[in-house]
Design a protein around this ligand. Sequence first.
Ligand code: ADP
Ligand code: ZN
Length: 526
Amino acid sequence: MLDPVTDPAPDPGALLASVFGFQAFRPGQEEIVRAVLAGRDTLAIMPTGGGKSLCFQLPALCLSGMTVVISPLIALMRDQVRALREAGVEAGALTSGNTEEETEAVFAAIDAGCLKLLYIAPERLASVATLGLLRRAGTRLIAVDEAHCVSQWGHDFRPDYLRIGELKRALGVPLAAFTATADEETRAEIVSRLFDGQAPATFLRGFDRPNIHLAFEPKDQPRQQILRFAAARRGQSGIVYCASRARTESLAKALNEAGHPACHYHGGMEAEDRRTVEARFQREDGLIVVATVAFGMGIDKPDIRWVAHADLPKSIEGYYQEIGRAGRDGAPAETLTLYGPDDIRFRRQQIDEGLAPSERKGADHARLNALLGLAEANSCRRQKLLAYFGEEMAEPCGNCDLCETPPDLFDGTEAVRKALSAALRTGESYGAGHLIEILMGNTNERITARGHDKLPTFGVGRDLSRPQWQAVFRQMMGHDLVRPDVERHGALVMTDRARPILRGEEGITLRRDLIRKAKGRPVVKA
Ligand code: ADP
Ligand code: ZN
């Protein structure tokens, strides 16, 4: 629980992780949170599923006093209150669905001065007692969910929403309004009715950052790949993100040796050294900072021309946030993300060995899967990325590696079925390495001891080399057909998505280029 006395101004980034369990802000969230915390009236238009609630919940925890949330749906309010309470936040709701005890508890928390978020249905605003209650509770912020309900022309008009403007005037506090409805008329109506016509800070930007070029490459010789990428952009400011502190140091050294001015940056450095790097990056042109994700929150440099990931980020949200530091000025910016099997294993392990409760781990795996799906995508990456954040893009973007060079695809159904049946026939108890040996018909002690050389799948995959099979397995993970079970040493377990393929009801397209690029020749044994 937060103590307003000992924690006067909690850090939003730290609370994001400690209270909500998120590794990174979703697109747009950070800017909105900052505006709200700066005391500005704000209007945020975000697609459904974009993560609006965090944009008022997080500021509510940072502000002293209470935030009142006006929301039209009782079920939604109750869900949010429950989730907040589970996360240790003092939140309550006053709705017609309350039991007497629930209402009593809310009043008691208000009187004790510890309630951080109070959800109320708009109907409550009709009662004069409500204003007194909100004053007594020390309300610092009004958050309005589904703000389009104030629009008489809209489909969800709620007459009581018209009282919100009055409430704002009476309390004299900032108001943050949220909606997924973006059309101009509704927006204008929200502004005139909720903000007295005084333009709020408005966040309408969809998730797309069209000036940022997206590209992924399988990790081959990562140091060389990064050096090549930097060499083609000599003199431009860029960031290289790495998964470990040690790697930031070795890669910065390699870049310097290749004649690029580069510094490393990570959380293990003295605060003063970190500040020096931040200041240099801000001031100098063409400096490269090789960093862990510790570098970023405070960076406000508009002309970062490129961001490279030497290691796979943690999640699709992390990826988006990190590449999003490039090209804030709107001029073209480029990104490159390297990924390989070791990265995937490392990230899975990081999730599994973390302290988060198991549902959260499940969600973190899903966010990593989404990123792998993006890495192994068959077509426009931006369409896939935006789709993940709930935004539809009608046409391929023309500004990603896959739009520029459409990948060479082939019907991978047969290869995938062979791989799946190898996993299934061995009880889904082995990792890719062992399964590949079976597919390639190689004998070793483990294979003969377990009788795997007697399986019908033994040797059915001699047409591909070991690295090529690895590329197949990686794409299978990218398509979420198999998932490694870290508790059983990465044993590959089939997902429901794989079943129709195994049964021959569905096919699957794979990227031939990724398989061809995999080094090594097919081992054709007699
Ligand atoms: P909206 O109200 O915009 O439709 P929600 O606030 O309900 O969306 O959030 C949608 C989902 O996104 C929720 O499951 C929430 O937990 C998740 N979410 C929100 N912010 C983040 C974040 N920064 N990282 C990961 N997941 C997030
Ligand atoms: Zn594209």
